[in-house]
Design a protein around this ligand. Structure first.
Ligand code: GMT
Length: 377
């Protein structure tokens, strides 16, 4: 006879990034339904926003003792998880990423005296990058096998997890989601007026500029598009390949048509004034930014990496090409941008797909039924 409302601890990376967005938005939705949520993170999750009476934030403060050569974030996190779980009698910890968060939660579970379940969501790089590292592989496998329940954000990620780690655990697919209340197209056109005063088409790329995002491909696609259509390119985010792409654009005299907006925590208002998203990634377990774009009626030109084809429906909500096919992606972009009838069909289908298959209410129900399943075991 469990009370109807659950007490849930959530750990994620609180900085900009899809996994932090998903973890935070899920916490907010659960709180709206009356559940008690405890974020246990190294900083306030950036999407938390306003005050909620049933959301608590517990900061993981890593002390710099001389005796430690490296600050022990993982141990401090595990210890904080155990403290919060015991004090608040948490039912479960929902952690995002197998390393370190699942491993910390497993340690915390051993430290507390009441039954505490560990639900782990795999987001991508813990499998697609770290699991190939022999020094981490066993630890990631342990984090997965010892979790009480594991989810992953796409079928592709599940398949890759089984292939790389050979785990025996059932892994449940739960797609990422968008809360349509945040992505409704506002009437505002200020952004468009400022960046496309002559009615140019606006293309956007949003990422952390890591090499897997292939930002140089974005610039090269844009170069071809501009030879056919007046267009501007907006970059949102920052990261290691920023300088490379910046210099390439200058060398090719494209810099007057490109704007770097840096890191932004809320992109819905901008996305709703954008014409096309470019996502030519080499690895992408889901591609939350593509879903955010679709929710704003923005079709996506993307690569066929990882889980992207599960999000972007080729020929209906966007166009998908092999990784590195710059010519193909540019041609697809030009077709969509120069054919208003086709564009409007794609745009409507994008909104519809985002609001059905990836609707927040549906995904929330999926997580809640998995929580109940694991708690009733
Ligand atoms: O894309 C990144 O490098 C950031 C990373 C994160 O931690 O947010 O993104 C991963 O998780 C997102 C949320 O599930 C997915 O939408 C991204 O596709 C995934 N990134 C990669 O697989 C490279």
């Amino acid at each position: 006879n469990r009370p109807p409302f659950l007490k849930i601890g959530i750990s994620c990376y609180p900085t900009l990034g899809g996994s932090g967005v998903v973890a935070t938005e899920l916490g907010k939705l659960l709180a709206e339904r009356g559940h008690e949520i405890h974020f246990i993170t190294a900083g306030v999750p950036f999407r938390l926003g306003k005050y909620y009476h049933n959301i608590y934030y517990h900061e993981v403060e890593v002390n710099q003792y001389d005796v430690f050569r490296y600050p022990p974030y993982d141990l401090t996190l595990a210890s904080k998880m155990a403290q919060v779980a015991s004090r608040e009698k948490l039912d479960l910890l929902h952690v995002h990423y197998a390393v370190p968060h699942a491993v910390c939660a497993i340690l915390a579970r051993q430290m507390v005296e009441h039954p505490l379940k560990v639900v782990t969501t795999l987001h991508g790089t813990d499998i697609t990058v770290l699991a190939y590292d022999e020094t981490l592989k066993e630890m990631i496998r342990y984090g997965i096998e010892q979790s009480d329940l594991v989810t992953a954000v796409s079928d592709h990620l599940i398949a890759e997890t089984y292939e790389v780690l050979n785990v025996s655990k059932d892994i449940y697919k739960v797609y990422n989601f968008v809360d349509h209340r945040q992505y409704e197209r506002p009437a505002n056109t200020l952004f468009k007026q400022q960046y496309a005063p002559q009615g140019e088409k606006l293309l956007v790329h949003i990422s952390n500029f890591r090499p897997v995002k292939r930002v140089l491909d974005v610039a090269k696609i844009f170069q071809v598009v501009r030879t056919k259509i007046p267009a501007k390119l907006i970059f949102i985010g920052e990261g290691p390949d920023f300088t490379k792409v910046y210099h390439w654009l200058r060398e090719h005299q494209l810099d007057p048509y490109v704007h770097f907006l840096g890191k932004l925590d809320d992109v819905a208002e901008i996305l709703s004034q954008i014409d096309l998203m470019l996502l030519p990634s080499e690895k992408e377990s889901f591609g939350l930014v593509a879903l955010e774009a679709m929710a704003c009626g923005v079709p996506v030109i993307a690569s066929n990496a990882g889980g992207i084809p599960e999000v972007v429906e080729h020929g209906r909500t966007g166009l998908i090409y092999p990784i590195g096919d710059i010519e193909g992606m540019a041609e697809g972009a030009v077709t969509l941008l120069s054919r208003p009838d086709v564009y409007s069909r794609f745009s409507q289908a994008a909104v519809e797909r985002a609001r059905t298959l990836f609707a927040a209410e549906n995904i929330l129900e999926q997580y809640l039924s998995l929580y109940r399943m694991v708690l009733n075991r």
